[in-house]
Design a protein around this ligand. Structure first.
Ligand code: ADP
Ligand code: MG
Length: 383
């Protein structure tokens, strides 16, 4: 949902929340919905715990706060969020085996170098400890790892969640420095994120919501906006592909949606927005096998519709990798990517779990430490 939230943010920013072509009544409804959202955002920014029920009902506090931040970035000319960036103290680059696709010359979409980040609260807990990741055009990468390894934090840091502070490293999307962009600017630059638990937005229809987002992106690219009829045509074709009923369009965004419906709605937004990089954070969690296959189908379609689109699929469910057919698989552990490989890695994880990877990483770390100590001892001898 952040994808939509971020993009909606951009819609608000460029003043498209009352899209031309909407009836005055609909436009008025959209305007009042926007006012209500602004209220919800401000409320939830003050205290996640007291956020209004329509957003809070089915969300984890963190996804609510992130949603709020992303929306606020767009809504709030009033209070632009501070860029979470500290340029100080990037630690020595640590060589981690990332898949660099030596065999392909496809251009790099996402380049993450030694990214470190901590929580932005008083605790300042160091969560990301030097993440390296390169994603090229058309590639599907799976990010795996046990609970608490830092997968969601990486996703959130890339999308600009102000709950985290970047303390080192760089991240570029299509050559643009992500950490210099506000969340909605990242969305305009082609980044989309689907939430594990997408928030509901009462009083705003899915159709209005998606058209506002879509048109804001077109406007940013200098392209003409689509009117309701044109946009409806575009969306209904996608609905058919994704096996989603047209009544989805008239319902309030995610309101009263089942888990599976929310995930499908995320896929619909992704399919409409055609981001250059989509990050899907545990899109597979809580889905039954049919919904899982449908989501995997949607991913497959996005992938095949255009060979330039890339995906970063976060999951801890090995079986899901089989459905999405990831080219590259990464294992995250204690805030770093400790192992990368291709499909064979996915198969081994499916068969054997993670223990062997942790063991291997611990051995490498011990060897590195020993080598560094030896180097230091030699240096002090020659001094
Ligand atoms: P994963 O998605 O791999 O399960 P997370 O990125 O959600 O892991 O979390 C990694 C670790 O960082 C966990 O120990 C989690 O409790 C902690 N963490 C995540 N976000 C915050 C935050 N905003 N403040 C403090 N700790 C956090
Ligand atoms: Mg997570």
């Amino acid at each position: 949902m952040l994808g939509s939230a971020m993009a909606a943010g951009s819609a608000f920013t460029v003043g498209l929340w009352q899209p031309a072509g909407l009836s005055p009544v609909a436009a008025d409804a959209s305007a009042s919905a926007a006012r209500r959202l602004r209220g919800q955002v401000e409320t939830s920014r003050r205290s996640v715990g007291t956020v209004e029920p329509s957003i809070a009902s089915q969300q984890s506090p963190s996804s609510v706060s992130m949603f709020a931040v992303a929306l606020a970035a767009g809504l709030a000319a009033a209070r632009p969020s501070k860029l979470q960036r500290s340029r100080a103290g990037a630690r020595k680059h640590r060589a981690v085996a990332t898949i660099m696709s030596a065999t392909t010359d496809a251009s790099v979409v996402l380049e993450v170098r030694d990214v470190q980040a901590c929580s932005a609260d008083d605790e300042q807990k160091q969560i990301l400890k030097g993440v390296n990741l390169t994603i090229r055009e058309g590639e599907v990468h799976a990010l795996m790892g046990t609970n608490g390894s830092g997968k969601s934090t990486l996703a959130r840091v890339l999308t600009g969640d102000s709950g985290y502070e970047v303390t080192g490293g760089t991240a570029t999307l299509g050559g643009k420095d992500l950490f210099d962009l506000e969340p909605h600017e990242r969305s305009l630059a082609g980044l989309f994120m689907a939430f594990q638990s997408p928030p509901a937005v009462g009083g705003v229809s899915n159709l209005d919501f998606m058209r506002a987002i879509y048109n804001s992106q077109r406007k940013a690219r200098g392209e003409p906006e689509l009117d309701v009829i044109e946009f409806y045509g575009l969306v209904t074709a996608k609905l058919e592909e994704l096996k989603i009923s047209t009544e989805f369009l008239n319902r309030s965004v995610n309101e009263g949606f089942s888990g599976g419906e929310r995930k499908r709605n995320e896929m619909l937004q992704m399919s409409v927005l055609e981001p250059s990089l989509a990050i899907l954070d545990e899109i597979d969690s809580g889905l039954d096998i049919d919904a899982l296959k449908d989501v995997a189908d949607a991913i497959y379609r996005v992938r095949n519709a255009d060979n330039k689109r890339s995906l970063l699929v976060v999951t801890h469910f090995e079986r899901f990798l089989k459905y999405i057919d990831a080219d590259h698989v990464h294992v995250m552990h204690k805030g770093r990517i400790i192992k990368s490989g291709g499909k064979e890695l996915a198969n081994r994880l499916d068969a054997e779990g993670y223990d062997w990877v942790f063991k291997e990483a611990a051995e490498t770390e011990a060897a590195e430490k020993e080598a560094a100590e030896k180097e230091a001892a030699e240096a002090s001898q020659t001094a």
